[in-house]
Design a protein around this ligand. Structure first.
Ligand SMILES: Nc1ncnc2c1ncn2[C@@H]1O[C@H](COP(=O)(O)OP(=O)(O)OP(=O)(O)O)[C@@H](O)[C@H]1O
Length: 306
């Protein structure tokens, strides 16, 4: 079925249990063919529930979703043949070796490793030296590479990656995103979720999600540009006391801890020297104030506050 979009989600809703906890709250978004689209949000935001509905493993309560023009409810059999899904939690068979896992996934989809090897080659060569090791005995980064190979071996048109880098070391995370870029170049549409805000900038477009609701959809660059105020990073010898003091300062609009700095925005203009004098009077030393560009995380915090 031909459609301009690889993924079309319209007012999708899911509640759980007697309490009717709303996990996915009328979510809508569209992903273009060949796009690398990110669902960015903290734990419990509803990302996994959305993935499970889009991969036909969970029935939506309301709304519709289509993958490559196929409906996730009516055409689930067709969708299962053409998508790749890497769930957040371990999806491999721990007692099978690397090679056995891969062969198993290829066989289930009626293909062979050789047929689509070109798709996984970059990733597979990194774990091939351990091909006889059981999956249960692999490191986090190796498991994640094998899971990606298994999700790719039948050449899916759309790839769903639910928190693929959670619990993975920074070097493997970087490598993983480089692999995603290469897959995108092969015209595979990718929906990826992550709680790591720094990974958001690596997507073509992102949806920021919290409590089952999408707060904003845009390119990461546009989100950063839309940040309305000049942001400052402020540091002193004691972080907790610094934040307390800043929050009392009349011109401070927003103030929160951000790594080793406090990120601060002001109502109108502010005087650097006046603020330093005030902070010193509050007992703080080693004060540093500098303007900084906002990040996606700053934008997200701003949306949550509004
Ligand atoms: N089977 C279930 N029964 C009851 N509540 C559930 C179930 N699955 C998810 N939830 C709840 O729905 C909300 C959304 O969960 P979901 O797993 O979709 O979010 P998430 O963004 O993927 O977070 P995480 O990374 O923690 O899995 C959470 O409050 C969660 O506790």
């Amino acid at each position: 079925m031909s459609s301009a979009f690889a993924i079309e989600v319209n007012e999708l809703r899911k509640t759980y249990g007697k309490e009717q906890l709303v996990a996915v709250d009328d979510v809508s978004f569209h992903v273009k063919k060949g796009e690398l689209f990110g669902l960015i949000g903290p734990d419990g935001a509803g990302k996994t529930s959305i993935f499970r509905m889009l991969t036909t493993l969970l029935l939506p309560e309301k709304g519709t979703a289509k993958i490559d023009g196929y409906d996730v409810v009516a055409d689930y059999k067709q969708i299962r043949k053409t998508i790749g899904y890497m769930p957040g939690r371990f999806s491999l068979y721990p007692d099978l070796t690397i090679e056995e896992n891969l062969r198993f996934f290829a066989t289930v989809f009626g293909t062979t490793i050789a047929q689509n090897y070109h798709l996984i080659e970059d990733i597979y060569v990194q774990i091939q030296p351990f091909k006889n090791r059981r999956a249960g005995k692999l490191s986090g980064g190796m498991k994640q590479k094998l899971a990606l190979c298994c999700a790719l071996i039948h050449k899916p048109t759309v790839l769903f990656l639910d928190e693929p880098t959670t619990g993975v070391d920074p070097v493997s995370r970087k490598e993983f995103w480089e692999m995603l870029k290469r897959l995108k170049a092969q015209d595979i549409t990718i929906l990826v979720s992550t709680p790591y805000m720094d990974e958001a900038t690596l997507c073509d477009r992102i949806a920021l999600i919290q409590n089952g609701k999408i707060l904003s959809i845009n390119t990461p660059q546009n989100m950063i540009q839309q940040y309305p105020e000049q942001l400052y990073a402020i540091k002193a010898d004691q972080m907790y006391e610094l934040i307390k003091a800043l929050r009392k300062y009349p011109e401070v609009m927003d103030c929160y801890a951000f790594g080793e700095y406090a990120h601060v925005s002001f109502n109108g203009s502010f005087e650097d020297n006046k603020l330093k004098t005030y902070l010193k009077a509050e007992g703080l030393t080693q004060i540093e104030i500098k303007p900084v560009p906002p990040t996606i995380e700053d934008y997200f915090i701003k949306l949550l506050k509004n």
